[in-house]
Design a binder for this molecule. Structure first.
Ligand SMILES: *[C@@H]1O[C@H](CO)[C@@H](O)[C@H](O)[C@H]1NC(C)=O
Ligand SMILES: *[C@@H]1O[C@H](CO)[C@@H](O)[C@H](O)[C@H]1NC(C)=O
Ligand SMILES: *[C@@H]1O[C@H](CO)[C@@H](O)[C@H](O)[C@H]1NC(C)=O
Ligand SMILES: *[C@@H]1O[C@H](CO)[C@@H](O)[C@H](O)[C@H]1NC(C)=O
Ligand SMILES: *[C@@H]1O[C@H](CO)[C@@H](O)[C@H](O)[C@H]1NC(C)=O
Ligand SMILES: *[C@@H]1O[C@H](CO)[C@@H](O)[C@H](O)[C@H]1NC(C)=O
Ligand SMILES: *[C@@H]1O[C@H](CO)[C@@H](O)[C@H](O)[C@H]1NC(C)=O
Length: 559
């Protein structure tokens, strides 16, 4: 009988170039699509912060599109009245916005038709423009938003139903991050407002998983000088941290914001773990003593791979706050009328900081192999989102001029989405994707001279033996060393090129998830177990050969 031996040499399977954009696909639906639409609109900075109002409306009106029907206004159930109001405002109050939308999204709202609302992006843009035109200042609480929704969008709507259906949930568990707050204790703030800031800090910290290998938090208090209230390695429990926060004293004095930013960079972030997201949140109420110094200090911090959020309360200098915040600054700057509103942005700050990116700078072209290792996966069944931005260049020192990213997982499933243009790629919007399961890494690659944005959605697997699951995690390797990318086939002792059929039969479809795990695990290799029965055929074997062995002892027998 003929014996076919398929020899597997750790093969990265790139499933690239299948650009997915559900935001412009009529009738696409689901929370992913809603998030992608809002994400695209918000990162364009054409329309301002909606404080989750758009997401809540999508949840309430159509359950994220799941209850929408064709030609009925799409995910946001845009009515004829709303559409006409927006078309009219394009000639007057929202002329600039409509023009910018045309430039950025190639959608001419001023000539929009009701049928076009079936396209998620168009339904979203129309509703967003309507809200911006009718509501000058969107409040943060879902209760206040429910009243506005009833007043401007759905007069027959039930506000209790709005509140019940529109709770926003997300997971901050198993997040590794260095989170540093700088809080303004200057004279203009006053002790009551300073107290509100402390309560805000307490509420933000409560939802985080504080631990030496997870999220670490530091607080800097500043007025004319900056003082570290506690450092990244001072407290490793929420209770000790919140009790310290409540004892931070108000001082009064000037507003040396640059000094707080420099203290963060020079004294606090110097302890940051390698390749862990660094997040700086500035809470202030006024003009800094020196705008130029402040913006310069912020630029230096941003260049050092740190994401900056600014929360400006009251009569702040908006230009300064926008210049300090990370780009796109409309997403990273929160403008509040008073400290009483600060509670309303707790979940936004939690979510945005928990998903802040690891910034990997490979522009020097010298780095071949960057590891972002031991990314924990939540122990429950929630899905964690991690983002990584890779700034690469065409001088990157690898032979193919490609940025290649590998993700390997233990006890979990990691879905990877990547894009060269959109900072938060997802199932609904991406250019590249891959999936990793135990023993079967996922790969994505893109041209090296383009910035690459990646999202990793991970969750634990509950179908594996518990021994594999004591420490569910995944590792991300950027441009890992060549692991030997070859499959060869030997039939009756004679080597030949593998046909696509050989490979498909052995490993399932070339791209995507299949049910045949790659047997060549590290453990198997270390134990010298390198031959495996073919899962689907009695006349075939799979044999793993380390790369070196291929060229020295090409002697393969079926066991
Ligand atoms: C801060 O506010 C809390 C709750 O409103 C109050 O119990 C506490 O006394 C306040 N602390 C200061 C210093 O005002
Ligand atoms: C950038 O940050 C790292 C730690 O994350 C620190 O070691 C380094 O000194 C910083 N560079 C500058 C210019 O501050
Ligand atoms: C990067 O990898 C190439 C081979 O792929 C090697 O020649 C080069 O020395 C490596 N560069 C560094 C900085 O390790
Ligand atoms: C998964 O989450 C659901 C709630 O969303 C919960 O009812 C269920 O018990 C969880 N399962 C596990 C294995 O944690
Ligand atoms: C790399 O790209 C930059 C612009 O993207 C270009 O100016 C430069 O010539 C390129 N270098 C090489 C070696 O191709
Ligand atoms: C990589 O880019 C450089 C500069 O653009 C070019 O000279 C070289 O041939 C490219 N290498 C490959 C393998 O495409
Ligand atoms: C991840 O990297 C660590 C070393 O940093 C290693 O111990 C672990 O086995 C790796 N996990 C996977 C899934 O490759």
């Amino acid at each position: 009988m003929e014996k076919l031996v398929v020899i597997l040499l750790v093969l990265p399977l790139f499933c690239n170039g299948q650009t997915v954009d559900q935001t412009i696909q009529p009738h696409a639906r689901g929370e992913d699509v809603v998030d992608a639409v809002i994400g695209r609109i918000r990162s364009s900075c054409i329309l301002s912060d909606d404080k989750y109002f758009m997401k809540r409306i999508a949840a309430v009106e159509t359950d994220y599109g799941k209850n929408s029907s064709p030609n009925n206004g799409g995910i946001w159930k845009v009515t004829n009245n709303i559409l006409n109001s927006v078309i009219n405002s394009c000639q007057t109050t929202t002329r600039t916005i409509c023009n910018e939308i045309l430039q950025t999204f190639n959608f001419d709202i001023s000539k929009a038709t009701f049928l076009q609302m079936d396209v998620p992006l168009y339904s979203g843009l129309t509703m967003y423009t309507y809200i911006t035109n009718t509501i000058t200042n969107i409040p943060t609480s879902s209760h206040s938003q429910a009243l506005l929704w009833q007043a401007h969008i759905r007069p027959t709507g039930n506000t209790n139903m709005f509140i019940a259906k529109s709770s926003i949930s997300f997971s901050c568990s198993a997040v590794k991050m260095e989170l540093v707050f700088a809080i303004d204790a200057s004279g203009s703030v006053g002790s009551d407002n300073f107290n509100s800031t402390l309560i805000f800090l307490t509420n933000v910290v409560r939802k985080l998983q504080i631990a030496p290998d997870m999220t670490r938090v530091a607080v800097i208090r500043f007025s004319h000088i900056a003082t570290i209230s506690f450092d990244l390695d001072t407290y490793y429990s929420v209770s000790s941290m919140t009790s310290k926060i409540s004892s931070i004293k108000y001082t009064g004095g000037g507003t040396a914001t640059y000094s707080a930013i420099d203290t963060a960079r020079i004294n606090v972030f110097k302890k940051a773990r390698k390749n862990v997201p660094k997040v700086f949140v500035l809470v202030t109420d006024g003009y800094s003593n020196d705008k130029d110094l402040t913006v310069k200090a912020a630029d230096t911090l941003k260049q050092n791979a740190t994401t900056i959020f600014t929360i400006g309360v009251g009569s702040v200098n908006h230009q300064e706050m926008l210049a300090v915040a990370s780009s796109p600054n409309c997403i990273h700057y929160y403008s509040l009328n008073s400290y009483s509103e600060i509670d309303g942005i707790i979940s936004e700050i939690q979510r945005e900081s928990c998903e802040a990116p690891v910034e990997v700078d490979m522009t020097s072209g010298l780095v071949n192999d960057t590891e972002i290792d031991n990314n924990p996966i939540p122990s429950g069944n929630e899905t964690k989102t991690q983002t990584v931005h890779i700034q690469s260049s065409n001088t990157t020192d690898n032979s193919q001029n490609m940025t290649k990213v590998k993700v390997a997982v233990i006890c979990g499933i990691v879905q990877v989405y990547a894009s060269n243009t959109f900072k938060k790629p997802s199932a609904a919007f991406h250019a590249y994707s891959a999936i990793a399961i135990d023993g079967k890494p996922g790969w994505v690659q893109s041209a090296a001279n383009q910035i690459l944005f990646l999202s990793f959605f991970s969750r634990k697997r509950f179908d594996l033996a518990t021994s594999a699951c004591t420490h569910p995690h995944y590792n991300i390797s950027i441009n890992p060393p060549d692991e030997g990318v070859k499959i060869i086939c030997k039939e009756n002792g004679i080597a030949r090129e593998c046909t696509r059929n050989d490979i498909t039969q052995s490993f399932g479809p070339l791209c995507g998830d299949d049910n045949i795990p790659n047997p060549c695990t590290k453990t198997n290799i270390l134990n010298n177990i390198m031959r495996f029965k073919h899962p689907k055929s009695t006349t075939k074997y799979i044999q793993f050969l380390p790369r070196i062995a291929l060229y020295t002892t090409a002697q393969i027998h079926a066991p």
